[in-house]
Design a protein around this ligand. Structure first.
Ligand SMILES: C[S@@+](CC[C@H](N)C(=O)[O-])C[C@H]1O[C@@H](n2cnc3c(N)ncnc32)[C@H](O)[C@@H]1O
Length: 212
């Protein structure tokens, strides 16, 4: 079986089970996370998300239709890679990342893909970022940023802005280590589905599909 490409995993032995290879992060991916984690508290992870988490979250995206997708906090791009591989040729993906080293890696990776835009900025500036790309609404926002690091006011403002920039049937797809987002998500979005992913470091990460 041809394993899916994954920026955070190594696939040296295709005889390994899907479960085994998808949980083994590459040395370079993990080193870049550990290095950035020690220098930048917003990185908030010592290795990229597993491909199990990526697939759990991305199954909520309809890749058959053209879409405008924003990703908050792509890191080294495990989600971005899956999304870019699956989205249609006329879709757009905007990656919003604060960490300069991850931004550089993403810019290199997507230099030849004119559907993907890398922006070094904070998710909190999403409205301005969209305006800079002549957009005012998007179909999906995928987020891996540590919402728990934001103060209460900023967290709620970001949820409100995220809700406002989504199209009427848009979705906010978010994964977090703690359950602190469920209540505010339910307050801001019409329908929220919660799942857990155990095959990830750390395990039992929460994934939410919040529908506008
Ligand atoms: C937990 S890591 C997740 C990385 C990647 N999405 C993954 O799943 O492996 C969080 C990422 O969000 C970035 N980040 C943190 N706060 C941010 C913010 N306010 N706006 C944009 N990016 C942010 C960090 O630099 C880091 O790359």
């Amino acid at each position: 079986m041809e394993p899916a490409r994954d920026a955070g995993a190594t696939f040296v032995d295709t005889t390994l089970t899907d479960h085994t290879y998808a949980l083994v992060p590459t040395l370079t991916g993990t080193i870049s996370y550990i290095k950035n984690f020690t220098q930048d508290q917003d990185v908030a992870a010592v290795m990229p998300s597993s491909s199990f988490l990526v697939r759990r979250v991305c199954k909520w995206i309809d890749f058959d239709e053209p879409a405008t997708i924003v990703e908050y906090g792509p890191g080294n791009g495990v989600f971005s890679e899956y999304i870019a591989e699956h989205m249609t040729a006329d879709s757009t993906l905007i990656l919003v990342e604060t960490n300069a080293e991850f931004v550089e890696m993403l810019e290199e990776k997507y230099a030849d893909d004119d559907r993907v835009f890398v922006v070094q900025d904070r998710a909190e500036c999403v409205e301005q970022i969209l305006a800079d790309h002549d957009l005012d609404e998007v179909d999906y926002i995928v987020s891996g940023i540590p919402f728990s690091f934001l103060d209460e006011e900023t967290r709620i403002e970001l949820l409100e802005t995220t809700h406002d920039v989504l199209v009427d049937d848009g979705k906010f797809l978010v994964y977090q280590y703690y359950n602190h987002l469920e209540e505010p998500l339910r307050e801001h979005f019409a329908e929220v589905t919660k799942e857990r992913e155990y095959l990830n470091v750390p395990p039992t990460i929460r994934a939410y599909e919040a529908c506008k």
